[in-house]
Design a protein around this ligand. Structure first.
Ligand code: PEP
Ligand code: MN
Length: 354
């Protein structure tokens, strides 16, 4: 059920409706929009008796939501969600495209700093890198754990980049929530429902990657799990699905971008690195992703990909990432979107002030 408030409803009236919903034993999710506030009701098993709510001051109508997802739906919130980050002007889902770049895994301080410096100069606003790596083989590099998170926090201070990294379980999620600016939930965990609920109780925005064989509805339901626990700051990410095609690692499903945008108010970005698995396909598919209307990109970059401990084959050289940025800037402009100019690296600002 969804309570749609009148455009001129006061905050007090919204609060009173939320209290009433909670009194009835349900959970109220107030979603302010550009035109009006809607209040999603979750926790109900059957139909909510809508009469009492309909009569309350400020209420326009109470509607039944027939889709399985409620809070992620545009029915609940018609205008796009724009994700904000504490203490930063960077957003995801607005006019600016979000560019996230960095190595697959944090391998050492030197490696991470070398790549971070290049992606910051090229204009990425976010640095990515796994401290906990979900690997097919238990004998492959598993990540540096908390040490990797500390390196990422240092990178934030040094380069002024926001940092994004994956949490693979409860324990790592708690740490990632402390150290990072955005918590990544990987493709393999997209239907780890207890982890999704835990992410729903975290403070930071969540980057939710599409499962390896997830349908659009399953993908949106995973986001619904997070939102149902009260975290409304979610960025969806298409990263390719498994098909019969073997010329790429996965098949990047760019058609899901407009499909998601039709149904949901949440932003969606594209990962052309895992989506193709091949370095020579990352730039063309990045161009296509921006053209199709994605809200950003997440791209793997490594200064020495032949020696990378994971995903070297799909990692761009920094020079290639520079070229990618130049190309996608031009495509973004055609769509009336932009990629902010690279901010001066913080350490340089400090030097200039000396
Ligand atoms: C990653 O981004 O490093 C990653 C492991 O991605 P995915 O979960 O999409 O495979
Ligand atoms: Mn990777």
């Amino acid at each position: 059920m969804l309570v749609v408030m009148q455009a001129q409803a006061t905050e007090e009236q919204v609060r009173a409706v939320c209290q009433k919903i909670e009194l009835l034993g349900y959970r109220a999710h107030s979603m302010p929009g550009a035109q009006r506030t809607a209040i999603g009701i979750t926790g109900n098993r059957g139909e909510v008796e809508s009469g009492t709510l309909e009569e309350m001051p400020g209420v326009q109508e109470v509607i039944r939501v027939t889709k399985p997802y409620k809070l992620v739906s545009r029915d609940t919130k018609p205008d796009n969600t724009v994700i904000k980050f504490a203490g930063s002007p960077v957003t995801i889902g607005g006019r600016d495209l979000a560019i996230i770049a960095g190595p697959c895994g944090i391998e050492s301080r030197d490696q991470a700093f070398t790549v971070a410096e290049r992606v910051a100069r090229a204009g990425a606003q976010f640095f990515r890198g796994g401290a906990y790596k979900p690997r097919t083989s238990p004998y492959s590099f598993q990540g540096l754990g908390e040490e990797g998170l500390r390196i990422m926090a240092e990178i934030r201070d040094r380069f002024g980049l926001l940092v994004v990294t994956e949490a693979v379980d409860y324990e790592s999620l708690e740490l990632v929530d402390q150290y990072a600016d955005m918590i990544q939930i990987g493709a393999r965990n997209m239907q780890n429902f207890s982890l999704l609920k835990r992410a729903g109780r975290a403070r930071k925005p969540v980057l939710l990657k599409r499962g390896i064989s997830a349908t659009l509805e399953e993908f949106l339901m995973a986001a619904e799990y997070i939102m149902s626990e009260g975290n409304y700051n979610i960025v969806l990410c298409e990263r390719g699905v498994r098909t019969f095609a073997d010329h790429t690692r996965n098949t990047l499903d760019l058609s899901i971008v407009p499909a998601v945008q039709r149904l949901s108010h949440l932003p969606i970005i594209v990962d052309p690195s895992h989506g193709t698995g091949k370095r020579n396909k990352v730039t063309p598919l990045s161009r296509a992703a921006v053209a199709v209307g994605a809200d950003g990109l997440i791209v793997e970059v490594h200064h020495d990909p032949d020696r990378a401990l994971s995903d070297g084959m799909q990692s761009l050289f920094p020079d290639q990432f520079d070229a990618l940025m130049e190309q996608v800037r031009q495509i973004a402009a055609v769509l009336g979107r932009s990629i902010p100019a690279a901010a001066p690296v913080r350490s340089e600002i400090a030097k200039a002030a000396d």
